[in-house]
Design a protein around this ligand. Structure first.
Ligand SMILES: Nc1ncnc2c1ncn2[C@@H]1O[C@H](COP(=O)(O)OP(=O)(O)O)[C@@H](O)[C@H]1O
Ligand SMILES: [Mg+2]
Length: 268
């Protein structure tokens, strides 16, 4: 039985019309994105743990391995992805939306709507959700091997919209070595589990041997620690300069390649 047939139900399984609409929306969006082989969210409920760093470097590692890659900046009100890429994209009036592009990687971000990165974007939850829906529904991605979604922190509106609208392969969870970071990342993992999204693994970033956040998250959630990305000031220096660490440092690239291979979503 399809989701919709199940929702309409025969007598006992009647669902509320709003649930039916979510199911229909998800079906329509995933139909539109049927040219995309894998969809991976990069997620933690905690800010500043390295989600955008992992999203951007994962995207460019996959691209350097020969795959076609797109990147959605789902941090709608504090979009950073374009700055990490060192590009200033703008949407034209064209419909569907044309992603900006850097070295073959396509990207959409609300930063493409504002002329000054310092200007705050002050939107209520429903508008944030609408924007995410728009990015999923109205972007001309062409065929992609991987779509990487850079999530905002929290366990409410934006992550919920992505989970509801998109059939993800799963999340890569991000934590630092610190206990408080691990606890917050466990929250996001538990949310994913409750909503039946697979956990592809945990990445510990800024690793310096000072804690075991990655292992703590993996153990609690019963998933694999797929990599430790070493603390290295070059991440900050390169990203601040709009340069991609994995394209500028072979040691960093190898750490990302090893991590990506452990997700089980790439050949070899
Ligand atoms: N492995 C690392 N070593 C050193 N600094 C890092 C590392 N990973 C990320 N950073 C830095 O930490 C800061 C926060 O990272 P960011 O990716 O923006 O986190 P988030 O998206 O979770 O808020 C950035 O300045 C980034 O350059
Ligand atoms: Mg971020």
């Amino acid at each position: 039985m399809t989701d919709t047939e199940h929702a309409h139900g025969a007598g006992t399984n009647m669902m509320h019309p709003s649930i039916l609409r979510v199911i229909e929306d998800k079906k329509a969006i995933n139909q539109k994105l049927s040219n995309i082989r894998h969809k991976i969210g990069i997620y933690s409920a905690k800010g500043g743990v390295g989600k955008t760093t992992v999203a951007v470097n994962t995207a460019f590692t996959l691209s350097s391995m020969g795959y076609k890659v797109g990147l959605i900046d789902a941090d709608i009100d504090c979009p950073n992805t374009l700055m990490f890429l060192g590009i200033q994209g703008t949407f034209s009036d064209e419909y569907p939306l044309k992603p900006a592009e850097k070295d073959g990687v396509k990207v959409v971000s609300t930063a493409m709507f504002v002329d000054d990165a310092k200007k705050p974007i002050i939107w209520r939850g429903p508008i944030v959700a609408k924007m995410i829906r728009e990015f999923l529904d109205s972007t001309d991605w062409g065929a992609l091997d991987y779509l990487i979604i850079d999530l905002p922190p929290g366990t409410s509106d934006a992550p919920l919209s992505i989970i509801q609208l998109l059939s993800l392969d799963g999340f890569i969870l991000v934590t630092t070595p610190r206990h408080i970071s691990a606890i917050n990342t466990i929250r996001s993992g538990m949310m994913a589990k409750r909503l039946n999204v697979a956990l592809l693994g945990v990445v510990e970033t800024m690793s310096d041997g000072s804690g075991n956040g990655g292992e703590e998250v993996a153990k609690e959630l019963g998933c694999e620690l797929i990599g430790r990305i070493m603390a290295d000031k070059r991440f900050g220096e390169l990203s601040d300069a709009g340069k991609i660490p994995v394209l500028n440092d072979e040691g960093i690239r190898l750490q990302f390649e090893s991590m990506i291979k452990k997700t089980g979503l790439v050949d070899g």
